[in-house]
Design a binder for this molecule. Sequence first.
Ligand code: CA
Length: 242
Amino acid sequence: MNNAKILVIEDESAIRNLISTALQTNGYKNDVAPNGSTALLSLSTQQYDLVLLDLGLPDTDGIEIIKKYRTFSTTPIIVISARSNDNDKIIALDEGADDYLTKPFNVEELLARVRSTIRRIQYSETKKTEEVRYFINGQLKIDYVSQTVYVSDEEIHLMPIEYSLLCLLAKNVGRVLTHRYILDKVWVNSIESDLSSLRVYLTSLRKKIEKKSNEKYIQTHIGVGYKMVLIKPTDAEVKNHE
Ligand code: CA
């Protein structure tokens, strides 16, 4: 998706220009919005593939933009914010942001996030047209019909709760899922203290799926949640999918 179109929402002109130039240099078309009202106008009239959003805007809180945008679009949003508080990240993610980057940030890191998010959009678009029986990510394979998990073609035995956790992360590959979101989806009638059991099951799941492979599939966002990383497919796998 070389012609991906990105909206950059940022009030500080120096940062806005830095991001816009970096995107342009890397072949991404982009529009910029210096405040919330311009951003909402662009978002409601244009089609974007990705949105980069600063939370601290002069006229609107970025969280409000996420809320409004999510009523009509599923386009990925990466939050770029000076707010390093875990709670702000959690609110942004729970309202529907996909990922976040804390300021000051490194441009290379931002471009890596942009690339991986765009790769994920392409991936889910391919999946839409394929049978949804299998989830394949690097050496990890889930067969949803037989509820079997393989790593490097070897079957991995998971407890039902580990399997549910893995499926939830897989269905949201590339997205940071907050602890609360995971507990609500996987635990029945979850309570606050379930966070420690989530950690236990997650650790055991990670051990099982990462033992047979060098890949790190599950990323920990300390104080926030977890994300399954979309492993870059090898050329051989890309050919298989063609
Ligand atoms: Ca700002």
